[in-house]
Design a protein around this ligand. Structure first.
Ligand code: BJW
Ligand code: ZN
Length: 256
């Protein structure tokens, strides 16, 4: 049974040279990484005020760093799933392709995606809140493991924190600019595995729609975005996306 039945969508896929994808934690769920919201989400067990805000970090840096160390260890063991690989494949068949991700796990890059815009940073890097020095994972681990109080500090004595975006913090300006460009210029915008609860990430599909793009969503559950999309594939990314890519390739006349 085919997924792509809408004749408008078929025409867009045949002709398009510009596709943008927005992903959230749901795409990594099948790789064993927790999502945030819902019954089994991280926010059902942990407080975002304590663990994903600067105030929480400043109050208890050791606790926040411990939580990120735990999550980094889960992420380092995880492998990309068929959903990640399918997205990496679409990039090969269109001239302009942008992948906007809210994820910090770098699994898209591991799957071979190249043009990735990280809206919320990544968990592999850390930086000093005083002088801004960036630390690679290797450099960070050395400092962290040698710190007796489990509060890693820079040479300048500033606290070191993960290079991720917490609530109330600005997103990286270059990432927002690129994501805006990718949204207003694409013909097809595919949303995968996000609840759409967090702004400004959830604004990008709206910019795309206002500028005439066709919007697809892949999610086993309704999200805050489902009501406005053109087509909702109700299912898991790792099951829907590989099938979608096969049909996408057929429509574009790409064989094998
Ligand atoms: C599957 C699946 C499968 C499961 N296949 N799918 C306007 C109004 C009100 C508030 C605000 C506003 N503008 C900004 C704000 C504040 C705030 C915000 O949006 N709050 C809302 C919650 C109300 N935004 C911010 O603070 C942002 N900064 C900002 O706007 O700066 C300017 C500013 C500053 C000060 C004041 C005002 C403006 C920053 C947001 C940073 C978010 N950070 C986090 C943590 C990152 C680091 C870390 O990982 O530790 O980012 S929070 C968390 O949420 C994480 C995620 O990237 C993000 C989005 O979550 P996501 O990925 O959508 O996950 P879930 O769990 O929500 O959804 C998973 C989905 O997958 C579900 O739908 C499942 O069904 C689905 N799924 N299995 C496909 N197999
Ligand atoms: Zn420093």
């Amino acid at each position: 049974m085919s997924l792509i039945k809408d004749s408008r969508l078929k025409k867009i896929i045949k002709n398009t040279g510009f596709v943008t994808v927005l992903t959230g934690s749901g795409i990594s769920a099948e790789s064993g990484i927790h999502t945030f919201r819902g019954d089994n989400g991280l926010w059902s067990k942990f407080s975002p005020d304590e663990l994903a805000s600067f105030e929480g970090f400043y109050k208890n840096p050791a606790r926040v760093m411990e939580w990120y160390e735990y999550r980094r260890n889960v992420i380092l063991k995880a492998k990309p799933n068929p959903g990640h690989f399918a997205i990496a494949e679409i990039e090969k068949y269109v001239q302009n392709f942008y992948l906007i991700t809210q994820n910090i796990d770098r699994l898209h890059q591991k799957a071979g995606s190249r043009n990735v815009i990280e809206l919320h940073g990544n968990i592999m890097e850390n930086y000093c809140i005083k002088c801004g020095k960036m630390f690679s994972l290797e450099e960070f681990e050395k400092i962290y493991n040698e710190s007796s109080d489990r509060i890693p500090k820079c040479e300048c004595k500033g606290l070191i924190r993960p290079n991720v975006v917490w609530f109330g913090e600005q997103l990286p300006e270059d990432a927002v600019e690129k994501a805006y460009y990718a949204s207003v210029n694409c013909d097809l915008f595919i949303i995968v595995g996000t609840s759409g609860a967090v702004r400004p990430a959830s604004d990008f599909p709206r910019y795309a729609k206002y500028n005439g793009a066709y919007i697809i969503e892949v999610n086993p559950c309704r999200s805050f975005l489902t009501d406005f999309v053109d087509l909702w594939f109700e299912g898991k990314a790792g099951e829907i996306l590989p099938e979608f890519v096969e049909e996408f390739k057929n429509l574009k006349g790409i064989n094998g």
